[in-house]
Design a protein around this ligand. Structure first.
Ligand code: FRU
Length: 683
């Protein structure tokens, strides 16, 4: 033992001494001045001085040092220009800088010039968050060079952000997820910040959007998701990963599919290839195969990756892509095994055209087009994304089975911003035919890109999906060091409903929280709300809801009153209203005074879902988890999902009724346990 130490110590000492003698970094430019100094500037993209952060109409620029940086969004993406440094001599092994912005290598970038020759280049990668990048310039040591920041790009992402350029012998890493996670896991409020949902899935740190690759395999529900390993806003899209054995407790796992060689891993799906049709199996287990969109180098293509160890490690298919239309907006494949035709079926979106393309395959590798669907539904709105297609039974008529085709639009949805619509119809293995008009998936603003789990055993038989609890328009929500959570997993069925007497009944997609959620109930109490009147009055005890994660079930009788309902997450001048309003024949969530609302103009507002009275009553199940509200109306015929960002930490539930005719005839409160505080949840 001792011997070992004596041989190791001198090496350690040498290493430490070595690093002590590493030459100090040399600052080339920090762009902190109120002019560009000795840099030569042309065009209109740079202005007369480095920018003070974010410019008008730009998403938040983060990650720069000090007060200022180069930001060529001045005047928007259309502006162009160059900024060229004075000459300097290369004295270190690397030139490093912070960079973000557009990816267009031919028209945008920072260039290293030796004489008139460009010897190194770098660009951004469709994010406003600056990260370190560096060039190894060992071979150029002693050479006189210049830097040029160039913006000739005029379309989307036609701008660049650059800051803090140095010469160094130890270039900083672009990002270090393991280090950042390590630091976060030591925080005393780990997974317990005031706005952190306690029984909805959220990433430990950084940005998340769509759920991806939902599949049940070997006792585990997989929840892959769009994830930025580098920061708390969109960028560097990769597949994050979590698993659960009960759809309520989630375990965070390491990154599954990273961005690689400038190709981001966009949304997609995952199947278990039971018959090893793909040949990716190891002979022992059926492989898991992920089918996802590769986004980069100006186009979107469909790629495969596979895993033979329960999704813990992934191998890219060497002959990727498996589908390439040379198209810029071709994304989000959902694949399933179609038993009657004994082949795989894919539905994937030509997003800008609002056309879904159906493909068939024997082996997941080679795909033939079967048919197309669309434009249809709300056709004047932009981008169709993240389609899903599945068969469902009709409640009360188990023999009647119909297909649901769900698709999401990036803007212009029912409550504004992004949201989803669905078509009910038939699918014969080749073609989908809608048999009624499109309907909204969720009437709130924050339920996007829902995707259903594949491969749930027949013995269970449920179709369950989960959605991104956010809206692209207001996605930069005020939480840190993480952004976004998922909805509660919802169990789906079809139900025949007539919302009013004038209209014929239609099949609606009924969504209800999965039964497993009830396992988290820590206590249940009946509240007396029968005396609801105006003004609103509290029905919970002081401090009763301090942990802010609960659900309640209510039956309301609107009778002739204009409105009747609840104020939740109340505080000083602060509340979120959930109530029936006769004027709309519907239930609304009003978050105008819900707490922090000013981070985006479109955030505050009222979102209304149709609600019929059944024997004079409307039933509600309202799930509240610190910064989320989900309202399931009449067992889930319609749903409203909204984020809220309250500042009060000791909220109550208040009840109100517009007149004496209205009643809240039953009200039951369930407090729910946190899924994060019971045990170690991460690998
Ligand atoms: C939808 C979406 C998808 C895309 C992904 C990128 O929210 O725009 O169409 O694959 O996000 O993160």
């Amino acid at each position: 033992m001792l011997l070992k130490f004596t041989t190791i110590i001198p090496i350690c000492v040498l290493l430490v001494c070595g690093s002590l003698h590493a030459a100090e970094d040399l600052l080339i430019e920090d762009f902190e001045g109120d002019s560009y100094g000795k840099w030569t500037v042309t065009g209109d993209a740079f202005g007369t001085a480095p920018a003070r952060g974010t410019l008008p109409n730009q998403m938040a620029v983060t990650g720069y040092r000090g007060e200022r940086l180069v930001n060529t969004f001045l005047g928007g993406d259309e502006s162009t220009g160059t900024a060229t440094s004075p000459e300097f001599t290369i004295e270190r092994s690397h030139i490093a800088f912070l960079i973000s912005g557009g990816p267009h290598t031919d028209t945008l970038g920072i260039h290293l010039l030796s004489g008139d020759e460009t010897v190194r280049t770098a660009t951004g990668s469709e994010s406003e968050h600056l990260l370190w990048a560096s060039w190894d310039v060992t071979d150029l040591k002693g050479r006189k060079v210049r830097l040029r920041i160039l913006d000739n790009a005029t379309k989307g992402w036609g701008h660049l952000n650059v800051d803090h350029i140095i010469q160094t012998d130890s270039p900083p890493k672009a990002f270090d997820l393991a280090r950042d996670l390590g630091r976060y896991r030591r925080q005393p409020d780990y997974m317990n910040e005031p706005l952190r949902p306690q029984f909805h899935f959220s990433p430990e740190i950084h940005w998340m959007n769509d759920p991806n690759g939902l599949v049940f395999h070997d006792g585990e529900y997989h929840l892959f998701h769009q994830y930025n390993p580098a920061g708390n806003s969109w960028g560097h899209m990769s597949w994050g990963h979590a698993v659960s054995t009960d759809l309520t407790h989630w375990k965070h796992l390491p990154l599954a599919i990273p961005e690689s060689n400038g190709i981001m891993a966009f949304s997609g799906c995952c199947v278990v290839d039971h018959n090893n049709t793909s040949g990716f199996g190891d002979g022992e287990h059926p492989p898991m195969v992920a089918i996802y969109t590769g986004h980069g180098h100006g186009k979107q293509v469909q790629n495969l990756a596979y895993s033979n160890d329960k999704g813990r490690t992934w191998t890219q298919y060497k002959q990727n892509p498996v589908l390439d239309l040379n198209a810029q907006d071709f994304r989000d494949p959902k694949v399933f095994w179609h038993e009657p035709t004994k082949r795989w079926v894919m539905v994937v979106s030509l997003a800008v055209q609002k056309v879904l393309v159906f493909y068939g395959s024997e082996d997941l590798r080679s795909w033939q087009e079967l048919s197309r669907f669309g434009p249809a539904g709300t056709i004047d709105k932009p981008n169709w994304e993240c389609p899903d297609l599945f068969e469902l039974s009709v409640e009360g008529e188990p023999e009647t089975k119909l297909w649901v085709l769900e698709v999401d639009m990036s803007d212009g949805s029912v409550a504004g911003g992004s949201g989803g619509e669905y078509f009910v119809g038939t699918f014969d293995g080749e073609r989908f035919k809608a048999r009624q008009h499109a309907q909204w998936v969720d009437y709130g603003r924050d339920f996007y890109a829902p995707i259903s789990w594949d491969n749930i055993p027949d013995a269970d038989g449920r179709r369950i999906w989960i959605g991104w609890f956010n809206n692209w328009e207001t996605c930069l929500v005020p939480t840190s060091p993480w952004r976004s959570c998922m909805s509660i997993p919802r169990s789906l069925s079809l139900k025949e409903v007539a919302f009013n007497k004038e209209e014929p009944a239609t099949y609606v997609l009924n969504q209800r929280p999965v039964e497993e959620l009830k396992e988290l109930r820590a206590s249940t109490r009946t509240l007396d709300a029968t005396k609801a009147a105006w003004p609103p009055m509290a029905v919970t005890e002081k401090d009763e809801l301090d942990d802010m994660s609960f659900e309640f079930e209510a039956t309301i009788t609107p009778a002739t009153a204009r409105s009747v309902g609840f104020r939740i997450r109340t505080g000083e001048g602060e509340f979120t209203e959930v109530a029936y309003d006769r004027h709309y024949s519907g239930i609304y969530v009003d978050r105008s005074k819900s707490g922090i609302v000013g981070f985006h103009d479109a955030f505050a507002g009222r979102h209304i879902a149709p609600a019929r009275t059944i024997d004079g009553e409307v039933t509600l199940r309202i799930i509240v988890d610190r910064s989320t509200v989900e309202v399931f109306i009449n067992g889930g015929e319609t749903v409203i999902s909204d984020r809220i960002f309250p500042t009060s930490n000791s909220p109550s539930i208040e009840v109100f009724a517009g007149d004496d005719s209205a009643k809240i005839s039953s009200l039951k409160l369930h407090k729910l346990r946190s899924i994060w505080r019971s045990s170690q949840k991460s690998e």
